[in-house]
Design a protein around this ligand. Structure first.
Ligand code: UD1
Length: 418
């Protein structure tokens, strides 16, 4: 059942509840290792990336049980037991986020090098620089990263050459149990960073400034669990539904969203002549008129998110005129262009720039997802195309979207698994 089939041309209308954020959940699951008490996490999406992370932390001796379809009870391990093995880490790059918490709580960590992935090389130099700055010794041996520290990590001033999301999270988690104060300068400002900081503070950490360029962490000697914490809504899942509504000339209301998190996308959709109407925790997306070509540059938050770039490329492929996308975060994020071309799109890629000449319509064809968001883009394209589109490698899509076909069907799409 690794194929998704779409009979395109249906308008999507209705309302849909957005799941908890994948990227926030992955970071929070890693952070749970820092705690000595039980934790109840609400609004956790049941997607394959989350399941792999659960498998990794339970491999370390944690207990994780679903209490409801989106509530997870976690009992963190009392001692370190095992390593994050390659066969799991290769499925989930975010397992590199275990380094900081393991090191801070147990004084050592052993995680397989995640390596590159389909969207780019993805180095870890900034993670290493940060953890070394806190006093960790690091070595790479036979594909594994070994980190250790005699005694406690020590607070330090760490400047990130690029506001990396993962490096900011890793350093922030490690610094919570360090001795003294840590400053992360040029920190990432994504909403998931703020969510992680709120979660850490809910356990007794002292993190201030998350969401700004400078995060200040005063280390404490231990963190207690014991509380409930609800993960923020997924802005990329929400964005994907917004784009499907715009692409099909539909009218969809998203429930359980934080409209301000969607602003980088909402502003661009409005520029393209899509109505985006904010409510109290809701967003309505209505595409009545003719769409206009737009230009996009991906940037760290609050710039336009790289994780929405492919879906926008699919939408723009039938918008009259020329649209230009500049991808500034991941160098291989344009692989989806070749798949969109199979459906009739006209896209030229030159390095980090893609030029899209809008065509009157797309036609169904067989295509393959090359990564998670490329898969989402092909769903957008398939929903717009005339006739039948078959997307293989659907497992990529399951990494980040919960029951996507079922939820799109509830909005009127003709989509199923084969
Ligand atoms: C996270 C998200 C991912 C999103 C990305 C950018 C998770 C689990 N994943 O990935 O969905 O697309 O943020 O918003 O939260 N870099 C370095 N050295 C490092 C680390 C990163 O050069 O040590 C570079 C990367 O190659 C990339 C850029 O920094 O060009 C951004 O990467 P980063 O923000 O770290 O992304 P991730 O945390 O991997």
């Amino acid at each position: 059942m690794d194929k998704i089939v779409i009979e395109g041309g249906k308008k999507l209308c209705g309302s849909i509840k957005i799941s908890g954020a994948k990227n926030a959940s992955l970071a929070v699951l890693c952070a749970s290792i820092l705690s000595s008490g039980e934790i109840l996490l609400e609004n956790v999406p049941d997607i394959s990336d989350v399941r792999v992370m659960i498998e990794i932390i339970t491999g370390f001796g944690a207990v994780a049980e679903w209490e409801t379809p989106d509530t997870l009870r976690i009992v963190p391990p009392k001692t370190v037991n095992g390593k994050a093995p390659f066969h799991l880490v290769k499925k989930l790059r975010a397992s590199n986020l275990l380094l900081g918490p393991m090191l801070a709580r147990f004084g050592c960590a052993e995680v397989a090098m995640p390596g590159g992935c389909n969207i780019g090389v993805r180095p870890m130099d900034l993670h290493f620089k940060g953890l070394a700055g806190l006093g960790a010794g690091l070595s790479l041996e036979r594909g594994y990263v070994y980190c250790s520290v005699p005694g406690r990590l020590k607070g330090a001033r760490i400047y990130l050459d690029f506001p990396s999301v993962g490096a900011t999270e890793n350093i922030m988690m490690a610094a919570c149990l360090s001795e003294g104060q840590t400053l992360i300068e040029n920190a990432a400002k994504e909403p998931e960073i703020v969510d992680l900081a709120n979660f850490l503070n809910s356990m007794g950490a002292k993190v201030r400034g998350a969401g700004t360029d400078i995060i200040k962490i005063d280390g404490v000697s231990s963190l207690e669990g014991g509380g409930r914490y609800a993960i923020i809504p997924d802005r990329i899942e929400a964005g994907t539904f917004m784009v499907t509504a715009a692409a099909t000339g539909g009218d969809v209301t998203l429930e359980n969203v934080i409209p301000i998190h969607m602003e980088p996308l909402s502003a661009k959709l409005r520029e393209a002549n899509v109505d985006v109407i904010e409510g109290e925790g809701t967003l309505r997306v209505r595409a009545g008129g003719n769409l206009r070509a737009i230009d996009i540059k991906t940037m760290p938050y609050p710039g336009f998110p790289t994780d929405m770039q492919s879906q926008l490329m699919a939408l723009l492929s039938t918008v009259p005129g020329t649209s230009v996308i500049v991808e500034n975060i991941f160098e291989n994020r344009f692989m989806v262009a070749d798949e969109l071309k199979r459906l009739g799109a006209k896209i030229k890629v030159e390095g980090r720039v893609a030029v899209i000449e809008g065509v009157p319509s797309l036609h169904g064809a067989q295509v393959k997802a090359t990564d998670l968001r490329a898969g989402a883009a092909l769903i957008v394209a398939g929903l717009m195309a005339n006739g039948k589109t078959e997307i293989c490698n659907a497992a990529f899509i399951d990494r980040g979207y919960h029951k996507l076909e079922e939820r799109l069907r509830s909005l009127g799409a003709s989509i199923w698994r084969k």
